[in-house]
Design a protein around this ligand. Structure first.
Ligand SMILES: Cc1ncc(COP(=O)(O)O)c(C=O)c1O
Ligand SMILES: *[C@@H]1O[C@H](CO)[C@@H](O)[C@H](O)[C@H]1NC(C)=O
Length: 558
């Protein structure tokens, strides 16, 4: 993602370039059409409101009973619609005043409707932090669908949910057991909560140069070690599925942790769709996790930045979760984001057993097409990788047999075929299949990869196939300051040669495989520096480092 995001910004520009002619005119016409529709609608405003009010009064005698929605719209979507249709003299924020002062450049792009519905916390729209109306109803319906005892809508992404989950379970000085490859939000959560990390080294496949899940025995080992030292364990944190779709056995891990009374938090950012088809792995909650955070905006269809935090059982204190969320989230949450969560839930609820049929068929079809292309490896093919359970909607293809890095192949796919991937690695590229994937794009992907294969094979580039395997990630760790102490310690930049033996002041994580070599607070060792320089020389992106070329490094100046 880190490396892709730069090219993603050019995505839209690029796709317009693909249009045969007058693409700019096409989009302009679209925008002005939308405007005129809105303008026409406005004349009827008053009428519509009066009717809406009548309907509302008639149909909802008791606001606390199951709400019957006009046109059976999802509850929060419906509330937003009704609010936006009011002929109100509005003196409230935001200052674009229901689109009247919307900046024209953005209106050209997206139309007026997003502004009309970009409303503040009006009484009828409920309050995210003490919900009792449509937000409560929307969250309840999500809880029912995802099988939680309680669900909270998030406007700060899964990042915010991970912060809240860790702050709600780990007090300062308590331990958090987590994979070393965890998303950076788990590290920042320890800065917020004062928790101390106990890292598990995830599985690693050197052919693919990617990190996998965590095993039961590693979790058990970590718990035992901490217990022998007499430490208190706040929670066990697991990422399942990973960015590459690799799942851990959350059932086994939850059973073990519960036997110790330890809550299990699952970073399920990439798995909001899990459990909705018999060919999909079961979700974290179905497997007994206590807290699961899902990026509804990743595989499902809500707007970017909207996520959900689900709770099950009663090990975790719900009041503490509420307090954390109130601390972490904006006091002005976007109703567009919140309504998009409600809408994404409703989209799934319509036919939860079959909605993914088509996407899953397309994913298997793609795998079969690609598997037969010479020189391409498919992650998840038995015998080719060591990971037992992979989300079928996440496709990862390896290019090393063609003598190509993932970066080179990705560049060719983008440049020559207009195919944009989700994630690029040293030896592979990953693609996300979702409800929006269409067969036409699958065919472009397959024919693109076919051409790359043919071109590379004819070039006989294969002689460069020197690197048989990625180098194993670095796992020797000595922590001198905990994440919170090191965050607040004063820092300074030193030349890399002077950093040996000092305390690292920044998170240094070569991508791939996305396993940090140094986390702030850890002693900088010769092995760590050697490893970093080696992967840097091989072209890995050193994310997090203030100097990505690694001629200097930030240390804690104590
Ligand atoms: C594994 C994992 N966890 C958490 C996150 C954070 O999710 P969000 O972007 O919704 O804040 C991401 C996002 O990239 C991720 O890949
Ligand atoms: C998890 O492990 C247990 C055995 O320990 C096994 O029965 C179960 O099938 C595994 N689950 C998955 C999803 O692999």
């Amino acid at each position: 993602m880190v490396s892709v995001s730069a090219s993603v910004s050019s995505l839209w520009g690029f796709s317009f370039l693909l249009l045969p002619t007058s693409s700019i005119t096409a989009s302009t016409i679209f925008a002005s059409k939308e405007r005129s529709i809105v303008a026409a609608g406005k004349k009827k405003d008053k009428e519509t409101i009066e009717t809406a009010k009548l309907v509302a009064r008639d149909k909802i005698p008791n606001p606390n009973s199951e709400i019957v929605q006009p046109n059976s719209l999802p509850p929060l979507v419906s509330a937003l619609k009704t609010s936006a249709e009011q002929n109100a003299a509005s003196f409230h924020f935001p200052g674009h005043n229901r689109g009247r002062a919307a900046p024209s450049s953005l209106v050209e792009l997206i139309g007026l409707k997003p502004f009309l519905h970009d409303l503040p916390e009006l009484p009828e729209l409920d309050n995210l932090f003490s919900p009792e109306g449509p937000i409560l109803e929307a969250q309840k319906q999500a809880a029912k669908l995802f099988g939680s005892s309680e669900t909270w809508f998030l406007v700060g992404g899964t990042t915010c949910g991970i912060h809240a989950a860790i702050m709600a379970t780990c007090s300062p000085g308590e331990y958090l057991i987590l994979p070393r490859s965890s998303h950076i939000s788990a590290i920042s959560a320890m800065v917020l909560s004062g928790a101390i990390p106990k890292y598990i080294i995830p599985e690693y496949d050197c052919h693919w140069d990617i990190a996998g899940g965590v095993t039961l025995s590693e979790v058990e080992k970590a718990i035992r070690e901490l217990q022998m030292e007499g430490q208190k364990i706040g929670a066990v944190f697991v990422t399942s599925p990973t960015y590459h779709g690799i799942c851990s056995n959350v059932t086994d891990i939850s059973k073990l942790c519960h036997s110790y009374g330890i809550p299990v938090i699952v970073d399920e950012a990439h798995g909001a769709h899990l459990g909705f088809h018999h060919k999909l792995p079961s979700s974290a909650l179905q497997q007994g996790a206590d807290l699961a955070v899902q990026s509804t905006h990743k595989v499902l269809s809500s707007l970017t930045q909207s996520s959900m935090l689900h709770m099950s059982g009663n090990i975790v204190d719900r009041e503490r979760i509420c307090r954390c969320l109130q601390t972490l989230q904006s006091t002005s949450p976007s109703y567009l984001l919140l309504a998009s969560l409600d809408a994404a839930r409703a989209q799934l609820s319509e036919n939860p057993e079959t909605i993914f049929n088509n996407a899953i068929d397309l994913a298997f079809e793609t795998k079969n097409l690609i598997r037969n292309i010479p020189g391409i490896s498919v992650l998840g093919t038995p015998g080719i990788s060591s990971f037992p359970l992979i989300d079928p909607l996440r496709l990862t293809f390896g290019f090393w047999q063609l003598g190509l890095s993932g970066f080179e192949a990705d560049e060719m796919l983008y440049r020559d075929h207009g195919v944009i991937s989700e994630l690029v690695g040293t030896r592979s590229i990953s693609f996300s299949i979702s409800l929006g994937t269409c067969r036409d794009h699958i065919q472009r992907l397959a024919s693109g990869i076919k051409r790359i294969s043919a071109a590379s094979l004819s070039l006989q580039k294969i002689k460069e196939k020197v690197e048989h395997c990625g180098s194993s990630p670095f796992t020797d760790i000595t922590m001198s300051l905990n994440p919170r102490e090191s965050f607040f310690a004063s820092k300074r930049k030193v030349a890399i040669g002077e950093s040996l033996g000092r305390i690292c002041g920044e998170l240094i994580c070569p991508y791939p495989p996305g396993i940090p070599v140094m986390v702030p607070g850890e002693i900088i060792t010769k092995r760590a520096l050697d490893y970093l320089l080696q992967v840097r020389n091989k072209g890995a992106i050193i994310s997090g480092a203030s100097d990505p070329l690694l001629s200097s490094i930030v240390i804690c100046d104590i």
